[in-house]
Design a protein around this ligand. Structure first.
Ligand SMILES: [Zn+2]
Length: 909
């Protein structure tokens, strides 16, 4: 693909959604005048709001002003008229709970705190929206939250991570403009998190070198806290503390007792047990909370991401161990108890109402079923210090059956809503021990598809919150960097956090739809159900989230000519190591499904998503004319259509390569039919491109990925891809068609059918199994010489790699089991196992490795297709001795740095 013509990433000045979020929430209600029906009362003759609720800090000013603007947008006079809305203080018990009493001439909103009044004011707005007029239903109703904190994050705020390393506390930008906060407050969000580090914010007596810019950062943090509290939103700082030390850190030169074990190269873990460590952690948290009155709390990843305490050398799935001499004598929970206890004391000494949330970030495993969490993890919920809330990923470890196989997902799933068994277990233990529990979820969207503001699937959120309610969860962190845009999904989470809990999915969807879609609620509900039904087929493997085509398929070139081009990370624009842009993803589609699905299965699943989504989007699309005066609903219709184009594109990409690979392996005229189907896919994508451009041009949210801090797709890049597609139709298709008509093989050097490049031969041997057992290595094989001599043989069940080595170093086979799939590694060593045999001689060792043929590619005739391999041996005092020269690619999470060009062929004789 030609990346030299790629258009540049749009600048931040094109992020038009920022201004949209600042615009007034209410401008014009599309209401038709009607008289009150039975059981209703009308506010049309004017409303006087009588704010009796005591509010010395003026926290409710924004809510009263909002109601005024809401009524004005419905042409209802305020400050005069017969209808009275009173806010009244009563003892109601729970923060944010409220009661509403509506009579013919008045409405009373009763609550025990300002936030209950705020919720009540918003609730009567919702009732009028559902009635499509200034009308309220007579009678009483109550709402009480069981999820007390619903913590989200700014959609466009800096992530304080590479490559941009933007820090929101160090710039002058207001990331929390009033009407944005007003939207979030209406959605039920009452917390926002932002990232900090102690070394930036805290100059303690132990760390005098730190906090050079702390005054500036703390000032911005105070400003943020105050702004947000005006909308009932608490600010939480998020951090991963206490950080492991750099070996040269002056603090641990002065206080060596604060350092634990050597780990992670030139670093040392933070040992929390010494009096010095305790005093440091207390002082750090105390200093922040003393400097920022009203700060809501601190969310800390206590274990699982980045090195922190001495416990971080032991992984949640039992790999590694605690090596600190002090901590290794303790139970793992005691290590966290020590660090959290000190942080809790420091915080609560100056901010008794602030909350410390300890997040155990344990997303493993991200692949097939098998791992279990280490037993010590399950000790933590019952041994969390008093005053600390335990947070756990709601879906990590979630399992589901696909095609008769059980698969397990890592973090961040909406399509498979969870909870995982491990979350249930952790929450149950915490509840029994009296430890409050927070569920880390994704609300608007997740790594499944994060290049849009949200995926409209409220039914799937209902399943999450129903389980939280059963499990006694009291807090939820609603999102990572993405999945937080105001609108349907946030509001669903807000609604589902309150009692009375909707009786069933149908009543939830109708309630949500009546508020937004009024008389068109029924078709909206029907569309949402289809969206959820389709989305539930999202392939349950994190690789599909991280590298799959659902985020930005409309800018993936379609390569009819094989290029063996890698897939790029979905959450990044640029490489964190080279700061170069990642190229558009190529044809190595196995990288996003391997270990979980075949290409045909991925085509099937994305096909189900596409089909259900298309039907749902069509139902919403029919409401365009009816909603011509409801710009917010037109945005919802556009969003559903854009997502439909993305999903169609994802399906098309997978199907394209499925067909291409089949065509390249045939040598018959049937290839013309496959080529026709390939051309039809390109044409389908060419039809969808211009429509997506149109949608992007009127909605700047489309294509934006909050973690990438930029656009995964945008009009110029979609057009770039359309040029590429046109080139395929104009040049590649005719050339391949001519080659097929001439009866030529297509790209035989790519399929291994041509004898090109380095090759090894795998000779079938009737005694191969005996060779594996006896290690009496036959000479009549294709032996390759080197420090380790190696050859392949096979029978009907296994391929065997035979090795003879003069050094004790293990030999690794890198095997690409089929074209476009990542390599797997198989080790032959002196340590035998079921599939590895070895025998040592005086000055050498011999070994054999067997690999089942089940996963190997077979061509149309059922014969084993050639595969690509490298054979490597680690050499003393140097890099590995490899069969072929190595040219590693930029490292990719879960996929490493293998370069498919560094492989040679293994032919099966
Ligand atoms: Zn330690």
């Amino acid at each position: 693909m030609d990346v030299s013509t790629l258009p540049p990433q749009p600048g931040e000045d094109t992020w038009a959604f920022v201004d949209e979020l600042k615009a007034p929430l209410w401008h014009h209600h599309d209401w038709t005048v009607r008289a009150a029906a039975d059981g209703e009362t009308s506010l049309a003759a004017g409303v006087q709001v009588i704010p009796e609720f005591p509010d010395p800090q003026g926290r409710l000013a924004t809510a009263y002003a909002d109601l005024d603007r809401f009524l004005a947008a419905g042409k209802v006079a305020t400050g005069t008229g017969p209808f009275r809305i009173r806010t009244v203080q009563v003892e109601i018990g729970t923060e944010e709970a409220f009661r509403i009493e509506i009579e013919p001439e008045s409405c009373r909103i009763l609550a025990g705190d300002c936030e209950g009044i705020r919720r009540g004011l918003f609730h009567i707005e919702d009732l009028m929206l559902a009635a499509e007029g200034p009308l309220l239903p007579l009678g009483c109703s109550e709402r009480t939250p069981f999820i007390r904190r619903r913590i989200s994050r700014c959609f466009f705020g800096p992530i304080k991570r590479p490559p941009k390393l933007r820090d929101e506390l160090m710039d002058e930008v207001n990331y929390y403009p009033d009407e944005y906060l007003n939207r979030l407050a209406h959605d039920g969000v009452n917390g926002l998190w932002l990232t900090v580090e102690f070394r930036d914010l805290c100059r303690t007596r132990f760390t005098p070198e730190c906090g050079a810019d702390a005054p500036q950062r703390l000032a911005k943090l105070r400003q943020t806290v105050d702004q947000c509290l005006r909308y009932g939103i608490h600010t939480y700082i998020f951090c991963i503390e206490p950080r492991a030390w750099e070996a040269a850190d002056p603090t641990i030169q002065r206080y060596p007792e604060m350092a634990g074990a050597d780990a992670y190269g030139k670093r040392k873990t933070f040992c929390p047990h010494s009096a010095t460590s305790q005093a440091y952690l207390e002082e750090a948290t105390r200093s922040i909370f003393a400097a920022v009155p009203g700060l809501g709390g601190l969310i800390n990843i206590t274990h699982g991401e980045r090195p922190t305490t001495c416990l971080s050398t032991a992984s949640a799935v039992g790999v590694g161990a605690v090596t600190c001499p002090v901590c290794s004598a303790l139970e793992p929970w005691e290590i966290l108890h020590a660090s959290l206890g000190a942080m809790e004391r420091g915080m609560h000494a100056v901010a008794p109402d602030a909350e410390l949330v300890s997040w155990l970030y344990m997303p493993q495993p991200q692949g097939p079923v098998g791992y279990q969490l280490a037993p010590w993890v399950h000790d933590i919920p019952a041994h969390t210090p008093a005053g600390v809330i335990l947070q756990f990923n709601f879906e990590s470890g979630v399992t589901r059956e696909f095609f008769g196989r059980e698969l397990m997902g890592g973090d961040y799933w909406i399509s498979t809503p969870g909870p995982s068994d491990r979350f249930r277990q952790v929450a149950a233990t915490a509840r029994a021990a009296g430890t409050p529990t927070s569920a880390k979820i994704q609300t608007g969207c997740s790594h499944e598809v994060a290049s849009i503001p949200f995926v409209p699937v409220p039914s799937l959120l209902q399943r999450k919150f129903a389980a939280m309610r059963d499990l006694g969860v009291s807090h939820t962190m609603l999102c990572w960097y993405f999945g937080n845009y105001p609108g349907l999904m946030n509001r669903t989470a807000g609604r589902l956090s309150f009692e009375p809990f909707p009786e069933d999915e149908e009543s939830l969807l109708l309630e949500l739809a009546r508020r937004d879609w009024g008389r068109h609620a029924a078709p909206a509900v029907e569309a949402w159900k289809l969206f959820a039904e389709g989305y539930a087929n999202y392939p349950l493997t994190n690789l599909f989230q991280y590298y799959g085509p659902m985020h930005d398929g409309p800018v993936w070139p379609l390569l009819l000519r094989p290029e063996d081009a890698m897939l790029s990370p979905t959450w990044l624009l640029g490489s964190t190591t080279t700061h170069e842009p990642w190229p558009p993803s190529g044809d190595r589609v196995g990288e996003c499904i391997h270990g979980a699905f075949s290409l045909a299965e991925a085509v099937e699943l994305t096909g189900r998503i596409d089909e259900a989504w298309t039907r749902g989007a069509a139902i919403l699309g029919e409401l365009r004319n009816a909603c011509a005066n409801r710009p917010e609903r037109l945005r919802d219709i556009d969003l559903a259509e854009a997502l439909g184009i993305q999903f169609r594109s994802g399906r098309n990409i997978l199907r394209f390569y499925e067909l291409r690979e089949r065509m390249l392996r045939l040598n018959s005229p049937e290839r013309l039919q496959l080529l026709t189907e390939l051309r039809a896919i390109v044409e389908d994508e060419l039809r969808n491109g211009p429509r997506l451009v149109e949608l992007c041009e009127r909605d700047a949210r489309l294509g934006f990925h909050s973690e990438a801090e930029g656009y995964k797709y945008f009009p110029a890049k979609i057009r770039w891809r359309m040029d590429q597609l046109q080139g395929v139709l104009d040049r590649d298709v005719p050339q391949l068609e001519a080659a097929i008509r001439r009866g030529e093989r297509l790209f035989p050097e790519y399929t291994g059918q041509a004898a090109v490049g380095p090759r090894a031969r795998c000779v079938q041997h009737e005694n191969a199994a005996t060779v594996f057992t006896t290690l009496a290595l036959p000479d009549d094989l294709d032996w390759h010489e080197g420090p380790a001599r190696w050859a392949f043989t096979r029978d009907e069940t296994f391929v065997y790699l035979l090795v003879e080595s003069t050094t004790r170093a293990a030999v690794t086979l890198k095997l690409e089991p089929r074209r476009l799939w990542p390599v797997t590694r198989h080790v032959v060593s002196c340590t035998p196992s079921e599939d590895c045999r070895a025998v040592e001689t005086a000055d050498a060792w011999r070994g054999a490795l067997r690999i089942s043929l089940v996963d190997f590619d077979r061509n149309g005739a059922g014969e084993l297709a050639p595969v690509r391999i490298d054979v490597q041996q680690s050499a003393a005092g140097g890099g590995p001795q490899t069969w072929l020269p190595q040219h590693p690619q930029t490292h990719r999470l879960c996929l490493g740095n293998d370069n498919p060009a560094d492989l040679g062929w293994l032919h099966f004789a």
